[in-house]
Design a protein around this ligand. Structure first.
Ligand SMILES: [Zn+2]
Length: 119
């Protein structure tokens, strides 16, 4: 085996080792990893994005507040007492919401199945 062939073999072994560590996700000390420099392009990208006007920001904040004030969608109700999400619904016959043509619509009562909290 010539000296050149031995050198090539040694290089191939080194490359193999590096590939192994790359595949394992281990640290590669010899070459800079692309992940470490990822924050730099992101920072430059940020300055390129046109900043919204202050008034638009306020509008957006108001919108977000409105979203939070909205009651949770049916079935996604969360118990204020224990944070449970399963409820039984009952008609609260002491509370008539609506009456039309003899048909009464009663208020609904939600009872937390975990702690029994009613509302
Ligand atoms: Zn509860």
């Amino acid at each position: 085996m010539s000296e050149f062939e031995q050198k090539v073999l040694k290089l191939l072994e080194e490359i193999n080792g590096k590939l192994d560590s790359l595949l394992k996700g281990g640290p590669v000390t010899s070459s800079p990893s692309p992940a470490s420099s990822a924050s730099t392009p992101a920072a430059t990208m940020d300055s390129e994005i046109s900043r919204p006007k202050p008034s638009e920001l306020v509008e957006k904040q108001k919108e977000e507040e409105r979203m939070q004030e909205k009651p949770p969608i049916e079935g996604r109700r969360v118990c204020p007492e224990c944070g449970g999400t399963s409820f039984a619904t009952h008609e609260d016959r002491s509370q008539v919401l609506h009456q039309m043509g003899g048909v009464k619509i009663y208020a609904k009562k939600y009872v937390c199945k975990s702690c029994g909290y009613e509302y």
